[in-house]
Write a protein that binds this ligand. Structure first.
Ligand SMILES: Cc1cc2nc3c(=O)[nH]c(=O)nc-3n(C[C@H](O)[C@H](O)[C@H](O)COP(=O)(O)OP(=O)(O)OC[C@H]3O[C@@H](n4cnc5c(N)ncnc54)[C@H](O)[C@@H]3O)c2cc1C
Length: 492
């Protein structure tokens, strides 16, 4: 039997995952990446002796990575060394008001108890429910292609879904257990990864608290990009041909089938099946003839996109004090910042931000005696991001970072690069300059997400953070697996 040829577009987590699953199921696979290096939003770059992860920095849900590599008889440790962070992270509520989150559950409970008596017991029940959601959610629901409601109609699954708080908000759920504002903010923080506020995220996602508190925060030595390096090496081991600087300009559709993929260079590559791991909107609106688009511009415009961000990659010529590997600055109220992201999109007046210092854990990402500092402000998508505005926000957060950590930092910055909306658009064709794809609101969950298959072109599929199951590294890995399974099931 002739080997089928799959063309995969994009070398992010989803594209690499789809390509490797197909290659290990006897497809010949060509993976086309527009940039000169792999990883998409999880690329890295080096300068002045510093190595920066460009996107993800939180390694959560280690079992999902184990699951991924185990499909191919491998383990994460075959490719990278993981360490569990302790403290997992620090939450900065204000000057001299910093909460380290211990990795050990009993120590964590003791800290909660100090803030709100009785909350340790409440946490037990909260986590028991979250664990159940995690087990059903991550090991079953997210692996469904979500192409039809019928996938969800088995009696046991329906019972499971009823127990999973799909119709209650995360905000209401957390408040049933805890009263202290500090604990509420802490418990609501993980869903910010899902691209909406806790009011608009189903309580199903308290599964993220289980991931955070019980499963822990991990770090691959040498940086998050080591995961990508491992995935690339595995993909190549399975025979995937990866081509960089290979931007796709058109998926040519003939007689209702995607037959050829045309590169910017003019070269054409024929395909039996095409899996697009590039941003869904870009593929649907710019790479195919509009008559085959799954969705209209109006549809896309009405989607709730997860935020974009303003990022700073900084090389600092001294070691910094009073900061951990992960630092969440909650020293301003969340409400007005959330309003500036989700309700009336604008640059926020007093932004919350996140500071990551991987060099606290890893001496390889900065020269000796120096610090690798990554700053992130979540922002509404589609904002104008001039150099002047970036600088204004650099000063705003640097003022607070210096004051709260009690040291001068700006004058020690020997390397600085900023990154925001226009970069996301230029580098990844990101719709509205989004960073994290599509938000996981109730109306954008499972079958209500953009479909992983084109409805008019039988051999064209989509994968990645804008389709099922959603944004984040673990879901993107799973997305590649789910789409490959569909291709194989349909024998395309
Ligand atoms: C700043 C930031 C921080 C984050 N932090 C975390 C975190 O801590 N933990 C976590 O789990 N998740 C995090 N995320 C989210 C996570 O990184 C993403 O959900 C995930 O990487 C998305 O993978 P993907 O494969 O769907 O898309 P992408 O990584 O965007 O991959 C798509 C690929 O397609 C390529 N492409 C686009 N157009 C074309 C074309 N025409 N031809 C060829 N190739 C094309 C792009 O260059 C890109 O390589 C973060 C994201 C960002 C941006």
């Amino acid at each position: 039997m002739n080997q089928k040829h799959a063309v995969v577009i994009g070398s992010g987590f989803a594209g690499l995952s789809a390509a490797t699953h197909l290659a290990s199921n006897n497809y010949s696979v060509t993976l086309l990446e527009k940039n000169e290096s792999p990883g998409g939003r999880a690329r890295k770059f080096s300068s002045h002796g510093f190595t920066f992860d460009m996107g993800p920095s939180w390694y959560w849900m280690p079992d999902v990575f184990e699951d991924y590599f185990s499909h191919f008889g491998k383990k994460p440790s075959d490719y990278y060394d993981l360490v569990r962070l302790d403290p997992s992270y620090a939450v900065i509520y204000g000057q001299d008001d910093i909460l380290d989150i211990p990795a050990n559950l009993d120590e964590f409970k003791a800290k909660l108890e100090e803030i709100e008596p009785g909350s340790a017991n409440q946490l037990d029940e909260f986590l028991a429910q979250a664990k159940y959601k995690y087990q059903v959610g991550i090991h079953d629901l997210v692996k469904k292609p979500s192409r039809s409601l019928l996938e969800f109609t088995s009696l046991s699954l329906l019972k499971d879904i009823m127990r999973m708080d799909v119709f209650q908000s995360m905000a209401a759920h957390v408040r049933k257990f805890f009263k202290s504002d500090k604990i509420i903010r802490l418990m609501e923080f993980p869903v910010l990864f899902l691209g909406e506020t806790a009011e608009n995220i189903p309580a199903l996602y308290s599964l993220m608290n289980y991931a955070d508190i019980a499963l822990g925060t991990w770090y691959p030595k040498k940086g998050m990009h080591e995961i990508i390096a491992g995935m690339v090496s595995l993909a190549e081991e399975k025979g995937v041909e990866i081509r960089y600087d290979a931007e796709v300009e058109e998926i040519e559709i003939t007689d209702g089938l995607a037959k050829d993929v045309r590169l910017k260079s003019g070269e054409k590559i024929s395909a039996d099946v095409v899996i697009a791991g590039a941003d869904y909107h870009h593929v649907d609106k710019h790479l195919i003839n509009p008559k085959y688009s799954n969705y209209s511009e109006e549809y896309w415009d009405k989607r709730v996109m997860a935020p974009s961000s303003l990022l700073f990659y900084l090389g600092v010529d001294k070691k910094l004090e009073n900061l951990r590997h992960h630092n969440l600055f909650f020293d301003e109220p969340l409400g007005p910042h959330a309003d500036a992201i989700y309700t009336k999109p604008r640059w926020p007046e007093a932004p919350l931000f996140y500071a990551c210092l991987p060099s606290v854990t890893d001496e390889t990402v900065a020269p000796e005696g120096m610090e690798n500092l990554f700053l992130l402000i979540p922002l509404a998508p589609d904002l104008e991001d001039s150099e002047q505005t970036r600088e204004k926000y650099y000063d705003i957060i640097m003022d607070r970072l210096e004051k709260i950590s009690g040291q001068e930092i700006r004058s020690h910055v020997i390397f600085k690069r900023s990154y925001a909306h226009s970069d996301f658009k230029a580098d990844y064709h990101a719709y509205k300059g989004n960073a994290y794809g599509l938000a996981n609101t109730l109306k954008q969950t499972a079958i209500l997400k953009p479909s992983l298959k084109n409805k008019k072109v039988n051999n064209l599929f989509y994968t990645g953070q804008l389709t099922v199951p959603g944004p984040g590294v673990p879901p993107s890995l799973i997305s590649g697996y789910v789409v490959a399974k569909e291709v194989i099931r349909e024998n395309l």
